[in-house]
Design a protein around this ligand. Sequence first.
Ligand code: ADP
Ligand code: MG
Length: 709
Amino acid sequence: MPADPLGTPLQYLKGVGPRRAADLEKVGLATVEDLLCRFPLRYEDRGHFASIASLRPGQRTSVQGEVLSAHVRPTRRPGFRIFEMVLRDASGSIRAAFPNQSFLKDVFKPHQRVILYGLVELRPGTGLQLASPDYEILSGEPGAEGVEADTDHTIHTGRIVPVYEKAGTMTPKMQRALVQQALQTLGPAGTEVDDPLPAALQRTLGVPARRDAFEATHFPPAGANIEELNAFRTPAQQRLIFEEFFLFQAGLLLKRRKQRTERKRRSVVIDDRVRDAARAVLPFRLTGDQKRAVKEIVDDMARPEPMNRLLQGDVGAGKTIVALLAALVAMENGMQVAFMAPTEILADQHFMTIRRRLEASRFRVAALTGSVPAKKRREILAELQAGSMHMVVGTHALAEDAVVFRELGLVIIDEQHRFGVVQRAALRDKGTNPDVLVMTATPIPRTLSMTLYGDLDVSIIREMPPGRQPIRTSARPESRREEAYRAIRGAIEQGRQAYVIYPLVEESEKVDLRNATAMAEHLATAIFPQYRVALLHGKLKADQKDHVMASFAAGATQILVSTTVVEVGVDVPNATIMVVEHAERFGLSQLHQLRGRVGRGSHVSECVLLYQAPLTDTGKARLQALVDTNDGFVIAERDLELRGPGDFFGTRQAGLPTFRVGDLGRDAALMEHARREAADWIATDAGVAELAGRLRQQWKARFGLAEVG
Ligand code: ADP
Ligand code: MG
């Protein structure tokens, strides 16, 4: 069997030399398949010809006719020449101008039949013209007359045309030509090409063949529906997107299936002793959701295969106590626990909470972060290795080689999306298939959750602990800053504390952001001289940070000016007001997380979002979403809708796969469908081995993720 044409290197295409091939490779395009999987951004209908007499300025349109004259015209600017031609149809004639393209004098000759597509401009003094239109020559040789217009084989004009995003030095027009060649390498319509979708599934789904789907996606047949194309809803487009999602979901599910065959060293046993120990550390009654989550987790821990569970719950929902109970169960069963948090502040805070709770138990917990002094660190490492330290709470320092456990049974990872795959795996590998509980306070829309966490079981805490008051949120232009200050003053007079959040630490010359440092100064001296104001930002040394946080937590500082380092987990219930500067610059989910720093006690809390006017419509809609609801899941859905998945997490999400043709925002329903079909397919067990083989090859390259299982 000949090698599959989809694997043909692009260099074999006409017009692609080594230079261009290298250039294309830089943007991820190495083979014919890569090129065909680079969808158009959009489509333009150039299949309808306007009569020249009917043209109006501002219109983008196709015209078809005969070249009357063609010549290069010099201009007053030295070296600047314009190629001009005049095109005639039955109704009239129009000029087309191509600045700086003198070479066209060798392309266009009188009497050729051509199609032009472009913008109609009104030139003062000279009348209407087409500005640098795309063109296609229908009757080849200059002077050939009477040739019938044949628009079947045009690719740039005279049809629905794909418009691509520029890639490296490849222009949209070049890509069109390359794609056409690439399609030719696949053979005529109906030819079979390598296809990740199992044949039986293709039959049940009734999808078009892969080769034909590529063709119809890039060069839609005459009569195709342009709206459907631009919504990426044609059967051909959907087939290719589905195929990508199917492969992805199958990978996740196979990974999960493999995990189920793994065995941990020991499973936990729950008896009255364990139950009493849990009761002893509980400072309050669990909510219904917390109870359910604890049960799901402990049930997993009692099974022979390792737990892989995500605990999802909005900020303040009370995930820490759930994690602590799981830790206690593990420790009561003679196992050690590692708890990893993304920042030192968070690790310390978890450590403090956990140590306080564990005072009622016989277990010992240590903190391990980058700032633990060397001697102390050595002691902790020795105790972890010996098993006399039962639990350790820390940052990514936990994933370092030097950290060795005697028997690591449970790994807890807070805000897991902040860690890379490698770090998570490194920590997990310190035990023998330990139970893994990951937590996130970023409520995630279903599609994203299914994509990011498709290989995990999920527990969700939606219900807030009792007595929580919803946070009153308002959005105001900066010009109403005085109102925010008044609100801060009011809260502090009641004995409460305040946060003021800034998006950056250092002023950048380009961006008009207020400098947190300067602003803290200003607040401390000019606005609130009677209160204690402190500044927290990522560039402070760890001990300075600790000092600032501790002083705020103790109530000694009344106003904490901070960058987003307080974003996750920080817990000071007495802080009841937050003012966010430049709210328009934050992601919606990030704002929601920030806001979660207040409203953690029994007092009514308030959040003021100051923005720089004027806002865009999307900007308005985003802030309004926060004003409207406190439900993180609702906000997450809005955020995904308004910004798309790439920006959903504010920063590029570690672990979020990059799809070539699918779009998680646009194609959510297809992802769900793909997951169902992948689950069914794997359950039948037929052809699964082949699929797994393909996935092992492609998983990393296609989705940028670690290998399957
Ligand atoms: P998060 O889910 O954001 O990590 P935490 O675990 O930090 O939330 O909990 C937020 C606050 O709510 C903490 O002060 C915690 O002690 C308190 N809390 C959690 N669960 C309950 C509960 N069932 N009843 C009362 N307070 C609770
Ligand atoms: Mg937390």
